[in-house]
Design a protein around this ligand. Sequence first.
Ligand code: SF4
Length: 448
Amino acid sequence: MEYPTLQKSWKRGMHSLAIVYPNLYYGGVYSLAPLIFYNIVNHLPQWSCERKFLDKCGGLGHFDLLGFTFQYELDYFNLFNILKENKIPFEKEKREAIIFAGGPCITSNPETLTRYVDFFVLGDAEEVIVEILQHYEHHPEKEAFLTSIAQLPGVYVPGKTKTIVPATADLNTSPYPIYQPLPETVDKSYVFGKSFLLEVERGCPFTCKFCTIPTIYPKLKYRKVELLIKAIQDGMKLDQREKVVMYAPSFVHPERKKLLQWLVDNNIPFSVPSLRLEYLDDDMLSLIRKGGQRSLTVAPEANERMRMLADKKITDTAFLEMIDRAAKHGFEQIKMYFIIGLPEQTIKDLDEMLDFIATAKKRFGRRVHASINPLVPKPRTKYEHLPFDKEKCKEHMLYLNKHMTTKMKISDLKNAALEWKLAFAKDLDFIPLLQRHQRVTQPEEFSL
Ligand code: SF4
């Protein structure tokens, strides 16, 4: 059983939508997109919506519309696993079921899945979903429906849409998904525990060359702090949660301190995402500690030279000063994200990166974790013209493995190569790939 749920009693003439998070439940319950659909669609009198997950997807039954939200290209394989398990033909011409897809990697490049997906929702789904459903009510026959929605902003019907325009929502007028069902028992495998998810902002004002956020969300949008507080109050009334988990790519909200202060004043623990240093002053660090967070996450990405080349213009000195401040405020752990395989990155850069990590560890005096990810160039970023350089990543990985003195995690290179291929593919024939990749679960990492 999950709580809290939006119960709908079935009435004649009602329509149904299933929204699938194509990976495991314990992580998928914290994905906002299915919650946005679940809340909006279940408030429409003529529609009911259920959330489904890779490990809770058998016996899908009949749905008028079946939607997939992709946060990660490797999850494309799970589309096929789910269709196969439910005996739904892969090719769209061979089935009656109408399947759509959305999510960040689809907005970056919807072309990969055009052979299998009937239509795509690009950009902010909450802006367009109601209109799509209204069109279905008037045109339940598949071809007529697809023709009728083809020119809606935010919809891409391959072969029918002339101009693709991602949908853009006003976060201050869109309803917030306050119904966030969680199982009765949330064990340690659930990364965010029994929490209420709070999307504070969408987009990012920075333009790091490797990052897709500024192109997927070209306009940075904030929710008003009053609306955020109301969402927390309403959500907590439905089901008491142990903490609030903030979603924001870089948490630059102009009233972030006001929001955190309100949470502190109301004794509501919270956690914040990875933060930009410019925004981590003493006040913020103090509030974050008071909110119960003991660990900080930052992303130096590389040594200073590479960081500057990637347009993340923060000096080592600024990072180290922040680390001093974090120690002073009593944080117990710092997680740092780094990238290998960057263009022009040399062994000398890796040495500087290792020196930086060693200095950070010494100055902090407590636990420092490094997470190392290979550069996977993505469409519509400033690195989109680059190939995925597996050999260089391997060389860098082996070098770090030999010389790193702190605990670190490095992402799997085979998966990264595949992710790159999927990110840029057009009208990909998945059948040969499915012989080798059967089922993909949460992004794999291994410790060195
Ligand atoms: S890496 Fe972070 S700071 Fe840079 S553009 Fe992406 S979200 Fe913004």
